[in-house]
Write a protein that binds this ligand. Structure first.
Ligand SMILES: Cc1cc2nc3c(=O)[nH]c(=O)nc-3n(C[C@H](O)[C@H](O)[C@H](O)COP(=O)(O)OP(=O)(O)OC[C@H]3O[C@@H](n4cnc5c(N)ncnc54)[C@H](O)[C@@H]3O)c2cc1C
Length: 450
């Protein structure tokens, strides 16, 4: 296969570097087009590939009980460059995999520079990639430069590309107390494709509402970064605490309006109601409708557990609002991360609507493998949904709802339920055991068949 290609990769971040590595290891050439240092982003500080823009942590490294730890392990087994360099440059961080950031990105850069099948061209791609680039991976990340973002938006449509995420907290369905909450759509409307019982509703009486309101107003908030301050989230997508500060009834007439809903446990019409909407096809995750927030993470857990029915809620992800360029992948991408409207363009990294360093690199790994399969004419099936890699790609390309799509990090709520019901912590072990078992079969199908 030596000499085939090249695959053009736009963006030399975590996803782009990983994709290039996977392609080169299959004997195919890759060109990384990276705009730094000539053209900078608002947050990158160096010229290095795979620069970590904020924390130096790849989060938990526990492959037995944690979904991101499992993703680490799966990527190691798939010979990920990013995981190998992280392991080589790790610093003590308890159960987390944290790295010396300069040593890490320096090592990724040197390793790629030494790889004869990868070349790096420094310069911004300021529109759709040239037509004679037959195979392209766009991995330009949450801070994709404006001209390229605009070109993608023109190709795919106005609502297809977001420039900010506005994430409401997402909760594991099983942790919601249905002795207090109940399933019902407003006015029992089935709507298109619904049942009339599509939302989970959490009731509040007046005292509970007022206590919740003051907790929201007083809770500690995270600040916008200076370069994010002029965010266009205003009005359309106000943080819940901003709505709370506008007046006593703003929330009761907004996302917490109680009309059209009756509490079946008491028969009462409630003073205010918090609604949760199904977040994935499996129904294992629900998001709190209209609760995008800039509250600090610890404050979110504390304040949102004041909601009746959510006292013991476990969060698959907490809310946030950030500058973040991402595609409406469930609508736009096929199962192999190709843009349906222009299949020579494949996407990888945070721009596909995953969230986090590891998840971004994971989508780079898969995009690289898909590109190799296209060029070599071999078939490459995505990893099964029971693995962390497979659950993540299935979520962004199919499982998530295109109407409400927001970036997602890996969590067990994305995995199909276990065949056997196991309770508590051991259920996590059930997921990870099954994942690594299925990953092995996926990697060695012939051995498994013998
Ligand atoms: C401010 C901020 C803080 C974050 N903090 C964390 C965190 O602490 N932990 C975490 O897990 N995740 C964090 N993330 C989310 C995400 O994991 C990282 O952004 C991650 O780097 C995404 O990887 P990527 O490869 O998709 O994009 P990036 O690593 O950003 O790589 C994209 C590359 O493309 C280049 N590029 C952009 N446009 C063009 C163009 N037109 N032509 C050529 N090159 C281009 C950029 O210069 C960049 O090098 C953060 C995101 C942001 C914006």
């Amino acid at each position: 296969m030596n000499g085939a290609g090249p695959v053009h990769i736009v963006g030399g971040g975590l996803a782009g570097s990983e994709a290039a590595w996977q392609i080169a290891k299959a004997g195919i050439s890759a060109v990384i087009h990276e705009m730094r240092p000539g053209h900078k982003t608002d947050v990158h500080q160096t010229d290095d590939l795979a620069e970590l823009v904020c924390s130096n942590s790849f989060r938990s490294d526990d492959a037995e009980y944690n979904a991101v730890g499992l993703l680490h392990e799966e990527m190691r087994r798939c010979r990920s460059l990013i995981l190998a360099m992280a392991d080589e440059n790790k610093v003590p961080a308890g159960g987390a995999l944290a790295v010396d950031r300069d040593a890490f990105s320096g090592a990724v850069t040197r390793t790629i520079l030494k790889e004869p099948l990868i070349s790096i061209e420094r310069g911004e791609i300021d529109g759709l990639p040239p037509e004679d680039w037959a195979s392209v991976i766009i991995a330009t990340g949450p801070l994709t430069s404006a001209p390229l973002a605009e070109a993608i938006q023109q190709l795919t449509g106005e609502d297809s590309l977001a420039f900010f995420d506005a994430i409401a907290p997402i909760i594991y369905t099983e942790s919601i107390d249905l002795d207090k909450a109940w399933f019902q759509s407003r006015y029992d409307k089935p709507g298109p494709g619904g049942t009339g019982k599509d939302y989970i509703n959490c009731p509040m009486n007046k005292d509970q509402y007022l206590a919740f309101l003051s907790a929201l107003r007083e809770a500690e908030k995270a600040e916008f970064k200076e370069w994010e301050e002029n965010t266009p989230y205003f009005e359309g997508c106000l943080p819940i605490e901003v709505m709370a500060s506008r007046g006593e009834d703003t929330l009761r007439y907004g996302p917490m309006k109680p009309v059209g809903l009756t509490n079946p446990h008491t028969g009462a019409h409630e003073y205010a109601i918090v609604q949760l909407r199904q977040d994935n096809t499996l129904g294992t995750l629900y998001n709190i409708v209209g609760f995008q927030t800039k509250l600090k993470y610890a404050e979110q857990s504390r304040v949102f557990r004041m909601i009746p029915g959510l006292e013991n809620a476990t969060f698959a992800r907490l809310g946030g609002i950030h500058r973040n360029t991402f595609l409406n992948s469930p609508r736009l991408l096929d199962a192999e991360l190709r843009l349906k409207a222009m299949p020579r363009l494949r996407f990888a990294g945070q721009i596909t609507g995953v969230e986090g360093y590891v998840e971004s690199a994971a989508m780079g790994l898969l995009a690289g493998r898909f590109a190799v399969a296209d060029i070599s004419g071999e078939s490459f099936l995505p990893p099964p949904e029971t693995t962390a890699l497979g659950a993540l790609i299935a979520h962004i390309t199919a499982g998530a709802d295109g109407d409400t799509f927001q970036p997602m990090n890996v969590n067990f709520g994305l995995f199909p339920p276990l065949e056997k019901r196991i309770k508590g912590r051991e259920r996590k072990k059930g997921y990870t055991d099954r994942a690594l078992d299925h990953l092995e079969t996926w990697q060695n199908p012939t051995v498994a068949a013998e």
